[in-house]
Ligand binder design. Structure first.
Ligand code: BTN
Length: 256
């Protein structure tokens, strides 16, 4: 299937208009492949999907375990909005994942969003999202790659960051078809209406909102109360002296 394009080689998988599929049995990293395609001029809407990654990567230089059965996909986007707003796409992506998993997750399970773009199933991480981009062009953003991993059939053991998987019946093909449709829908809404609607929907299912959180930054760990999102998606934290801090990047830990 390496390099196959379109529905014929992918079990009839259909993507929304404007998206085109490049499917691989195995690749180093779908994000890396999407970067290669981006620098080679591939268009907005190129979708790279692999059944297995040999060098899947996560945030902050971590690796992403990528055995068959789970979903590994990257969307190459060339947004028309300025680079300063591109980080909002990580929230749109989390919403697309969450709404997709609402169709596949077990009855009675709970789904929540953890800042900035994790999706939790019964409190454990079921999906991770990695945005990578390059500057340039009229908007200041030449391209943006949204890499999404969803644990469908299995999950890694990680004591510090408990993980979960969706389970029965959730095949990568079926989940990708819904995911692409939900992402296309959120991108279109964002282009028209801005970040407000996505922000509201994300906050309605935000894990730990109003409670204590620990935020690990590159050189500092901060304790505080998770007070909401800034208008641009920054994490708003009330710290011990009562002041508010806006966090743009970091790892959030919720109480067990
Ligand atoms: C995280 O650390 O939470 C982000 C994980 C992102 C993993 C996905 S799997 C598909 C895409 N290709 C990669 O190499 N990484 C992302």
């Amino acid at each position: 299937m390496a390099g196959a394009e379109g529905a014929s080689a992918t079990g009839g998988l259909m993507l929304p208009p404007g998206f085109s599929l490049r499917a691989h049995d195995e690749i180093d990293s779908t994000n890396e492949e999407a970067r290669r395609l981006a620098t080679g001029g591939a268009p907005h809407g190129t979708v790279v999907w692999a059944r297995r990654q040999t060098a899947g990567r996560g945030r902050r230089g971590r690796s992403w375990v990528s055995e068959p059965g789970n979903l590994f996909v990257s969307f190459l986007l060339r947004p028309s909005k300025p680079a300063s707003e591109a980080a909002q796409i990580s929230f749109l992506s989390a919403l697309a994942v969450g709404e997709t998993l609402d169709r596949f997750r077990p009855a009675g399970s709970t789904l929540a969003y953890k800042w900035p773009n994790d999706v939790l199933l019964d409190g454990a991480k079921v999906s991770g999202i990695l945005l990578e981009s390059a500057g340039g062009g009229p908007t200041g953003l030449a391209w943006l790659v949204v890499g999404i991993g969803i644990n469908l059939a299995h999950h890694p053991d990680d004591v510090e960051r408990p993980a979960a998987h969706v389970g029965a019946g959730a095949t990568p093909e079926a989940v990708l078809a819904v995911l692409a449709e939900r992402l296309a829908s959120w991108l279109a809404r964002w282009e028209c209406d801005g970040f407000g609607p996505a922000r509201d929907v994300w906050l309605a299912r935000a894990a730990g909102l109003g409670g204590p959180v620990t935020v690990r930054l590159a050189n500092e760990t901060i304790e505080g109360t998770f007070d909401g999102l800034g208008p641009d998606g920054t994490l708003s934290l009330i710290v011990a002296d009562g002041s508010r801090r806006a966090i743009t990047a970091g790892d959030v830990f919720l109480p067990a």
